[in-house]
Design a protein around this ligand. Structure first.
Ligand SMILES: NC(=O)c1ccc[n+]([C@@H]2O[C@H](COP(=O)([O-])OP(=O)(O)OC[C@H]3O[C@@H](n4cnc5c(N)ncnc54)[C@H](OP(=O)(O)O)[C@@H]3O)[C@@H](O)[C@H]2O)c1
Length: 288
């Protein structure tokens, strides 16, 4: 009999993450969800158990703005399970109108959307390498095409901060880091672990709902909302990458609607990809 697969999903208290968790629970995966708020995470865990009838649902809490919490989340998972087949870096979102730094001094958009998945993936990589079908799925966004405008001398936008640019940049860098890791895994002989990214579509979730992006953006956001995908529809490409045999050997690609798409090449060069990877490595190493 095939061994039950374990999946860890960040930001699974609502939206796309929770919809993904429910479907995987119904498919008898061992589902570990993550949330930053304990009450909300426990409630989501119970809801997933009750909807799916699957009792093998657990949770880990932590604020992914803080790399110290990311380390604790990874440690908890390794100490308790020491196995993982699928890692879904889903938590993320757009931040406020005004630039903010975390207690560790990192710009908040970059912290949660880029550095947290970078560090979590790195810390869980040895466990994933033990799987015969390890999959890392990074939830990006087409905002990398629409809004990214990186300044390679000022990656955290100390000057000219704009929340949409910061978000687009972080999601673009997430794609580059995924490509970079995919190449490294092949070079190091770990073809059993793949890493891919995706845009889930415009999905009616809590995304941006509590941000103070400005009345005009919020107005258009509300107008467009009825045309958005449901969280279940938004989860479809995530689920495809997590479960389909068709993508078992595909790595380093960007997907939309369950199909490979070419990510924006506007700012891409191998040098820039390496620069962002090195920035993430150095930023993480320099946090006490
Ligand atoms: N919705 C869209 O149209 C859309 C489009 C493109 C890409 N995406 C991406 O899809 C992913 C899922 O978003 P969603 O639409 O499902 O939005 P959502 O409903 O806001 O869900 C985001 C999840 O991430 C968690 N999260 C946010 N900041 C966190 C932090 N600092 N520490 C820990 N957890 C944190 C949230 O926790 P709380 O419940 O505690 O807030 C929530 O569980 C995100 O990466 C987003 O950028 C969404």
């Amino acid at each position: 009999m095939e061994q039950q697969k374990t999946v860890f999903i960040t930001g699974a208290t609502g939206g796309i993450g929770k919809a993904t968790a429910i479907t995987l629970a119904k498919q008898q995966y061992y589902v570990i969800i993550h949330g930053r708020n304990k009450e909300k995470t426990v409630a989501a865990c119970e809801e997933i158990k009750s909807i799916s009838g699957n009792e093998n649902i657990d949770y880990i809490t932590g604020d992914l703005l803080l790399m110290s919490d990311v380390k604790k989340v990874a440690e908890t998972l390794i100490n308790k399970y020491n196995r993982l087949d699928v890692l879904i870096n889903n938590a993320g979102g757009i931040m406020d109108k005004d630039r903010k730094e975390t207690a560790e001094g990192i710009e908040t958009t970059m912290a949660v959307n880029l550095l947290a998945p970078f560090l979590l993936t790195n810390l869980l990589l040895d466990v994933l390498k033990k799987s015969d079908d390890g999959r890392i799925i990074n939830v990006s966004s087409n905002s990398h095409q629409l809004n990214a405008k990186p300044d390679f001398d000022d990656l955290e936008l100390k000057n000219n901060y704009n929340p949409l640019t910061a978000y687009g940049n972080a999601k673009l860098f997430l794609i580059w880091n995924s490509q970079h890791l995919a190449k490294k895994l092949i070079q190091d002989g770990y073809g059993n672990v793949t890493v891919n990214t995706l845009h889930p579509g415009a999905v009616a979730t809590n995304f941006g709902v509590n941000s103070n992006l400005g009345s005009l953006l919020n107005f258009f956001g509300k107008l467009a909302r009825p045309f958005f995908k449901t969280p279940e529809q938004g989860a479809e490409t995530v689920l495809y990458l997590a479960t389909s045999e068709k993508v078992k050997l595909i790595s380093g690609k960007y997907f939309e609607n369950k199909k490979i798409k070419t990510a924006s090449q506007k700012y891409y060069s191998q040098k820039n990809e390496q620069l962002v990877w090195d920035y993430c490595k150095n930023r993480i190493n320099n946090i006490k």
